[in-house]
Design a protein around this ligand. Structure first.
Ligand code: GTP
Length: 290
């Protein structure tokens, strides 16, 4: 889904989440494991207002496992229960209910002490567009319920989905907006496919991603594209462009006069990255946020 966020949209999206929050016990915040901070709404703590929260690093199948483990520790150290999952295949999804129960344990114990039969925990999935909310809802329900495109502003009848006997989930997730005003964040969102490429220039997105990969995943670039020399200084744009050109030559993206077609190279490179052909890649590390 392509979204242009304007203040009016944000206010409306926020109001919709606030209305849903009244109905629920636990929030499930979905982030992209490859870019947990860039796929995170900067006002999430304020919006969710201290509701018990489980953080899920989704699309972990595409992210670098060692970096994902660091991210799990990063969020856990900040007092948030955190799991890495793959909503497509369901890996890690079984652990969601026990974690939600842990979040509610004090309340449940009090109810039991008072002789009240605890009711099912009520949960709400929240996250930015394309992070996998509908996929997770369908995975939890074991059937297709949620369709992509819960557009802010479109009122829908809400229903509870039974997730075992102990948990109910709202079928319409809460949509949060990413941080649009930071160009670096925008590049990472575009590189992972969270926002449509048309919003930013394709060659800028590829340039930023290749620069990052030269630093952290240089061997993969060398191996896949037969690159001999990686940039000595990845802050030097000319050196990064040389890598882009080497990728273009390898892929035959040449225009008249033998020059490399950087636009086509960018498209091919990003396609290969997103489809996992460059291996499991994370585009940010916790050290940047300590
Ligand atoms: N590889 C991988 N792809 C996933 C995973 N979860 C979701 N996807 C894919 O990501 C894309 C977006 O998933 P959706 O479930 O539609 O995301 P959403 O958050 O509901 O998106 P909006 O409706 O735009 O808000 C789809 O192509 C999914 O197949 C995952 O864990 N791993």
């Amino acid at each position: 889904m392509t979204i242009q966020w304007f203040p009016g949209h944000m206010t409306r999206a926020r109001r919709q989440i606030e209305a849903k929050l009244k109905l629920i016990d636990v929030t499930i915040e979905l982030l992209d494991a490859r870019i947990p901070m860039s796929s995170r709404n900067p006002m999430v703590d304020d919006i969710l207002k201290g509701k018990p929260r489980l953080v899920l690093l989704n699309k972990a199948d595409l992210a670098d496992p060692a970096i994902t483990a660091e991210w799990v520790k990063f969020f856990t150290d900040r007092g948030l229960k955190t799991l890495a999952i793959d909503a497509n295949t369901g890996t890690g999804v079984k652990e969601i209910l026990p974690k939600c129960k842990e979040l509610m344990s004090a309340k449940i114990e009090t109810q039991i002490r008072k002789g009240i039969n605890p009711r099912a925990i009520r949960g709400l999935i929240v996250g930015i567009p394309n992070v996998g909310k509908s996929t997770l809802i369908n995975q939890l329900a074991g059937r297709k319920i949620a369709n992509t495109g819960d557009k802010p502003g479109v009122t829908k009848g809400q229903q509870w989905i039974k997730f075992g006997t102990d948990m109910d989930l709202l079928d319409t997730p809460g949509i949060l907006w990413p941080k649009f005003d930071d160009q670096n964040v925008g590049m990472k969102l575009a590189a992972t496919g969270a926002i449509k490429e048309e919003i930013l220039h394709l060659d800028d997105i590829a340039f930023h991603t290749i620069r990052y990969m030269s630093e952290y995943y240089g061997e993969r670039l060398k191996e896949r594209y037969g690159i001999e020399e990686l940039p000595e200084d990845s802050e030097n744009p000319n050196e990064v462009i040389e890598v882009m050109e080497a990728i273009g030559r390898k892929r035959g993206a040449i225009i008249s006069g033998g020059r490399v077609d950087l636009e086509k190279t960018s498209l091919l490179f990003l396609r290969e990255l997103r489809s996992g052909k460059l291996g499991r890649v994370s585009l940010e590390v916790p050290e940047e946020y300590l």
